[in-house]
Design a protein around this ligand. Structure first.
Ligand code: TXA
Ligand code: MG
Length: 317
């Protein structure tokens, strides 16, 4: 067996906290049944205790351990999209520590599509509760170096799985009440969920907590972020910021027409690549000491909707 995996499993069994890769972003993981270990996650992240975590499991066969009254739709979606960037909200069983679910009667479950994460889950056997491995409210990590620089010494073990292939957090679908609802858009898109379920699925104006509106801003760099719907708006905002003596940078594709003198951090015009590099680019804004950034929003379809969601949240400060 992979000795890095066995060391990570050892840390989990002893009540420690590990950073581990998934295909979306890096997670900060602990044993989902160990309340003391889970406490550490909240303290390390500076996350409010009522903000529930996602429990990562090895495969859909484990659903019945963690959830009760599981609707058929959960098995349909699991069969189609797991392992993958989809989280299901279901009624919880008593197995999970109440701390992982923020005291809620529901649980978030996901099987990640990353070889190391799956090996880890298989070897560990239990569930790993893990939020994104960043300080609460800041930019999610898509490399192990991001986690080291954000959380450093507080993490007991780092499992390096290279850069995350998807780059933004999983789609969350709530199946705990009557109508399936998308709570957070992600790489598994609404149209695919609807065609798998043969029914329309609504998308909520989500909140990150059970108390709506409390944590509107999220995924945010230290610089002030603005969003622009088109190149003209981008140019106008950039000119305004520069006139205000801001060190401002445009976040847009290299094809976007822009005054040559204006600084730009290039974002891909391909949505998959844009998602993959998004958080690294937001981190570069801060690393390069910009005080403001203006991001050009991608087209409003498919994965574009999830990218728009993250950018708008990062811009709400
Ligand atoms: O891609 C992902 O989902 C990553 C990787 C590590 O799996 N995890 C992640 O975790 O993004 P976090 O904690 O940053 O976001 C979890 C989201 C939060 O918005 C939380 O409110 C929601 O899941 N959530 C968790 N349990 C929930 C529940 N029972 N009901 C509703 N929302 C829930
Ligand atoms: Mg997060």
């Amino acid at each position: 067996m992979n000795s890095l995996i066995s060391q990570a499993v050892d840390v989990l069994r002893k009540g420690g906290v590990i950073a581990f890769p998934t295909e979306t972003v890096y997670g900060l993981g602990a044993n989902a049944e160990d309340t003391r270990a889970l406490e550490k996650i909240f303290l390390i992240k500076g996350r409010p205790f009522d903000h529930p975590l996602i429990v990562h499991i090895r495969d859909a066969a484990q659903l019945g351990l963690w959830a009760v009254d599981i609707p058929e739709q959960a098995y349909v979606l699991a069969q189609k999209f797991w392992p993958g960037p989809l989280t299901l909200i279901l009624k919880r069983s008593d197995k999970v520590s109440p701390l992982a679910t923020g005291g809620a009667a529901t649980i978030a479950l996901r099987v990640p599509a990353h070889a190391l994460a799956l090996e880890l889950l298989t070897e560990f056997g239990g569930g790993i509760a893990a939020p994104s491995a960043n300080r609460f409210g800041s930019v999610s990590p898509t490399t192990v170096e991001h986690v080291r620089s954000d959380l450093g010494d507080n993490v007991d073990y780092f499992l390096d799985g290279g850069p995350c292939a998807v780059g933004i957090e999983s789609t969350i679908v709530d199946l705990s009440s009557n109508a399936p609802t998308i709570l957070r858009p992600g790489a598994v898109i609404q149209a695919d969920i609807e065609s798998a379920l043969h029914q329309k699925v609504s998308v909520t104006q989500r909140s990150h907590t059970p108390s709506p509106g409390q944590h509107a801003n999220h995924y945010a760099p230290a610089a002030t972020l603005y969003v622009a719907r088109n190149a003209a708006e981008l140019l106008q905002r950039m000119q305004y910021l520069i006139a205000q003596d801001q060190r401002a940078v445009a976040l847009c594709s290299s094809e976007t027409p822009l005054d040559v003198h204006l600084p730009r951090l290039a974002l891909s015009s391909d949505a998959n690549e844009l998602a993959r590099a998004l958080y690294t680019t937001l981190r570069a804004v801060d690393a390069q000491n910009y005080t403001a950034a203006v991001a050009l929003l991608p087209a409003e379809d498919g994965l574009g909707l999830a990218i728009i969601d993250r950018l708008q949240r990062a811009a709400q400060k």
